[in-house]
Design a protein around this ligand. Sequence first.
Ligand code: SF4
Ligand code: SF4
Length: 496
Amino acid sequence: MADFETPEIKEYPVIPHLQEGVMAHSKPFVAKEEFQEQLGFPGELVDNWEQVALDKMQELTGKYRGFQVFLDSCVKCGACTDKCHYYLGTTDPKNMPVARQDLLRKVYRRNFTFAGKYFPKLVGAVDLTKEVLDDWYSYFHQCSQCRRCSVYCPYGIDTAEISMAAREIMDCVGVGQKYCNEIIGKVYKIGNNLGLPEPALVDTLEGLEEEVEEDTGVKVRFPVDEKGADVLVVTPSADFFAEPHVDGLIGYAKVFHEAGISWTLSSHASEAANFGMFIGSYENMRKVSMRIREAALDLGVKRIIMGECGHAWRVAYSFLNTLAGPFDFLDPNYPVPQHILEFTHDLIQRGALTLDKSANDDMIMTYHDSCNVARASRMGSRPGGQFTIPRDVIRASCNHFFDMPQETIHEATYCCGGGGGLLTDDLMELRVKGALPRMEALKQVVEEHGVTHMAAICAICKSQFSKVLPYYGFTMDSIVSVHQLVSNAIVLGNKQ
Ligand code: SF4
Ligand code: SF4
C-alpha cells in the first residue's frame, strides 16, 4: 500500500522515543512559477532571498504583535513537546512544537535581538542559510496549524501563527507549496478548489435532485444562483460530489426543505474553503472572502450560512467581517455568518424538524471535533457551543453515541492529520502517521462500545479519514457527515 510503515496502534497514550531527522525527507511539491505568480509571489527563489526573508520577518513582527510575542516569550518549559500529533506519529523531534518554533526563532534571534547578534551561540541563534530554509520548508509543512500545542503552553504560544508566518516568508522568497497555491488560483479563475465550472455544478445539483426524489419521493431542491433567496449557503466544493461530504449536502437541502426557508448556492462563491489562511496570507484570504460578499450582494440574500468545513468556519467566524464586511445589507436578526449546525440545531430545539433516530440504528456513533472548529471558533451563544451543538444534533438523529476519551476531544482534540494545507498525496506518509493519536482514540471506543462510525463536520477531516482509516484496519466508509445522519433521520413532509 505504501513505502513507509504505518505506526502501530498502542495502548493510548504512549510518548515515543526520539528518532532524529526521520521525517526530514517529507516535503510537499514546490509550486511552479505559474502558481506562484497568480498569487502575487515570485516564480522561483529570488537572488537576494536571505534579505527578502529577513525583511518580511521584520514586517510581520511589526504587523502582528502576537507573532513577535510568541517568538520572544518561550521559556522552554517543555509542556508542549508531546502534544503534537505529528511528533507522536512520526517520532521526529523537530515535530515537537517548541522545536518547530525554534527553526524560525533562532533566525529571528540572530537578526533581531541583542543577545543573538553578539552572543549567538549562547542563545541558540543562527544565520539564515539554504540548509535552514530547507528545514523550514520540510517542517513548517509538517504542522497542520491545529493549535493543540497552544492549549498546553503556559504562555499560550501558538505554533500555528509561526507556521503561517514561515509559509508567508517562503512564498515571498519564491518557495511556495504547490497544493495550496494551485488551489487558490483555481478559486480565482473558476470559483472553487476543485475547478468545477458553473455548468458542471448545475448538472451535479440537478443529478442530486433526481437522486433524492428517487429515494424519498419528495422533490427537494438544490438551487444555484437563485436571486432573492433568503439564505446563501457557502459550502466546501467537496460537498458537491466527494463521499461522505455529498451526503451532508443532501442533509442541508432536506433541512431547508422541511423548514420552508428559501436558499441558494452560488456559482461565484462555490467554495467555503479558504487556503489563504494556510499560507498565512491575509491578502489572499481577503480576495477569496470577497467572493462571498459579492455573491451575497448579487443574489440579494438576507443571511449567509456556512456548510460543514472546519477551517472555512474558522476563517468565516474569525475574519469574514473584518476581511469582507460590513454586512449591513443582511438581516440583522441573524449572526453573520451562521453555521449550518447552528441553523439545524435551532430548528431541532424549536421542534421544527421531525427526526426518526431509528433510521441510523445500523450505526454506533462517535464524533471527531475538528481542530479549527474546536480551538479557533465558537457556535451558538454559549461558551463551548462548538462542542455541544454538533453532539446535540447527532444525539437528536441517532440512538447510539459514545464520545472518545476526554483527553482527545473538545479543546484537546487531535487534528485528523491532513489539515493546514497538507491534504495532498505527496504528504501521504505524514498524513498517515499524523492520524495515529486519533486512530488510537477511535480504537478505544470501538473496543469498549462497539462504535462503527465516526462523524465529522470538516471537509478535510472527511477526506483525510476516508484515505487513512484503511491503513489502521478500519473501513473508509466509517467516516460520515453530521448532516448525513440528519438526512437519514429526517421525516420529510410532502411540500410541493
Ligand atoms: S499547531 Fe498543531 S500541528 Fe502545529 S505544532 Fe502545534 S500541535 Fe503540531
Ligand atoms: S509550552 Fe510554550 S513556553 Fe513551554 S516550551 Fe512549549 S512553546 Fe515554549
